[in-house]
Design a protein around this ligand. Structure first.
Ligand SMILES: *[C@@H]1O[C@H](CO)[C@@H](O)[C@H](O)[C@H]1NC(C)=O
Length: 463
């Protein structure tokens, strides 16, 4: 009898041990499949892989000084021709640490898989995403590290890897930022194999190089997040043309060559870095159905969440449908330009005529005042930069005669009408003065009024 019990106990024990062993083996297998490496960068050496966090090895976290109470950024690079990190990596790491000094910035190294032929590397995003998800789940299970503290940032192919990672973790990560997610092989792919809004509590995306037909475009064209921002229309970025590239080479040599080749694609990263570094002046993007409507100045409104900050301090607005947003930027950092209303030359003449007829005196006073307080700069539609800027403190000249009123809504409606009607009035403008000089001044004055006008308008309506 006693022997039987003993045998049963041994049996049970053996089973239990073997179950434990196989569980351990399984866990080990889980981690053994991981090929990606997780480098915890430091503020002092943003460029160096000094310490790796190794899934399954608890002490690696302590060794790398992982801070359990602060947030974690996980940066995932994209396809690489050289098999090396591109020059933006340390720049982004550095900017993240500048903005959040206590955070943990982890760079995922999947360079070996990322330097294959593009389709091969594109297919590897699944495995990379799985690696990242396993790593994150391990942190969550092992240390109760809250996934609410995790923000994934992926560039190009890395954006889709981040999306896949987000879809595989057992709990949802807080945020994924897609920096110009890759287009080829993803444009028409199922949501599960690419970045999509379900992959995190909040998914924001910057589209900066979506030129060409959808299957050719380097960056994915369709919206894939909760908020999708298309700076400068999303197709091509200012400062990325050939002449500009030559100028940069002349200035800085070939050091940042990789940046030039993928100028527009990579602009997404630099816009995000910009939002980290220039906290006090976030660029505003505006919701609009099409790029054309935005360029006509029809969407420069902040009411009802129609505008949002680009980058780090985005407001988390989640709608059922994807939200497409637009803005104009400058060609260099700081990228923040000013939203303006005047788009075509034709519109320009129209507005000049209407306003100059009414407020010649006010404009003159304004100009004098601007000259006195003139600071910073205005970025003009026609590529002219002038050193003169001023903010209009007082309401814009009255135009009640033209159907405008004092309220912002009425002003907006008025201006939208004015601009969309597009009456040809070259002749009117011309009659105000045919000399080049007076035309120049009309341009100049009115542009200023409109700049100030919209800035002011938006501040009021967002308050
Ligand atoms: C960890 O981060 C917290 C803020 O999240 C900070 O107060 C603390 O000093 C950090 N610890 C270390 C050891 O850096």
């Amino acid at each position: 009898m006693g022997r039987k019990v003993f045998l049963a106990a041994v049996c049970f024990c053996l089973r239990w041990v073997s179950a434990l062993a196989s569980a351990a083996a399984e866990a080990e297998n889980n981690f053994a499949g991981i090929e990606s490496k997780f480098s915890l960068r430091t503020p002092a050496e943003p460029n160096e892989d000094v310490c790796y966090l190794i899934p399954g090895q608890v002490n690696s976290l302590a060794q790398c000084n992982f801070n359990h109470t602060s947030k974690t950024f996980v940066v995932i690079h994209g396809w690489t021709v050289t098999g090396m990190y591109e020059s933006w990596v340390p720049k982004l790491v550095d900017a993240l640490y500048k903005r959040e000094p206590d955070s943990n910035v982890i760079v995922v190294d999947w360079l070996i898989r990322a330097q294959q032929h593009y389709p091969v590397s594109a297919a590897y995003t699944k495995l990379v995403g799985k690696d990242v998800a396993t790593f994150i789940d391990w942190m969550e299970e092992e240390f109760n590290y809250p996934l609410n503290n995790v923000h994934l940032l992926g560039y190009s192919l890395g954006a889709h890897a981040a999306g896949i990672a987000g879809s595989l973790t057992k709990k949802k990560v807080n945020r994924i930022t897609g920096l110009d997610p890759a287009g080829p092989t993803f444009e028409y792919a199922d949501a599960v194999t690419r970045l999509s809004p379900d992959d995190a509590d909040f998914v924001d995306v910057l589209h900066t190089y979506t030129r060409g037909s959808p299957d050719r475009s380097i960056g994915i064209q369709k919206p894939v997040g909760h908020i999708d921002i298309y700076p400068n229309g999303g197709g091509f970025q200012p400062g990325c043309n050939f002449g500009e590239a030559l100028r940069l080479i002349a200035e800085k040599g070939l050091a940042d060559m990789d940046q030039l080749v993928k100028c527009s694609h990579e602009r997404s990263i630099h816009l995000f870095i910009d939002s980290l570094l220039y906290e006090e002046k976030p660029s505003m993007a505006y919701r609009c159905n099409t790029k054309e409507a935005f360029e006509k100045g029809l969407c420069l409104s902040c009411r009802k969440n129609r505008c949002n900050n680009l980058g780090y301090k985005v407001n988390r607005v989640r709608t059922k449908r994807n939200t497409k947003m637009y803005l104009k930027t400058r060609a260099q950092m700081p990228y923040k330009g000013r939203s303006y209303l005047l788009i075509t030359e034709q519109d320009w003449y129209l507005c000049s005529a209407v306003f100059l007829g009414e407020c010649v005196l006010q404009v003159t006073i304004l100009l004098l005042w601007c000259l006195l307080v003139g600071r910073s700069e205005v970025y003009l539609q026609f590529g002219i930069k002038c050193k003169l800027k001023c903010r209009l403190r007082r309401p814009v000249p009255s135009y009640s005669r033209y159907g405008g009123g004092r309220s912002n809504t009425k002003r907006e409606v008025f201006c939208n009408k004015l601009l969309s009607s597009k009456i040809k009035i070259y002749s009117v403008a011309w009659s105000l003065g045919t000399t080049g000089l007076s035309m120049f001044f009309q341009y100049f004055f009115i542009q200023m009024i409109f700049f100030s006008y919209y800035e002011e308008n938006n501040q009021q309506s967002s308050a």
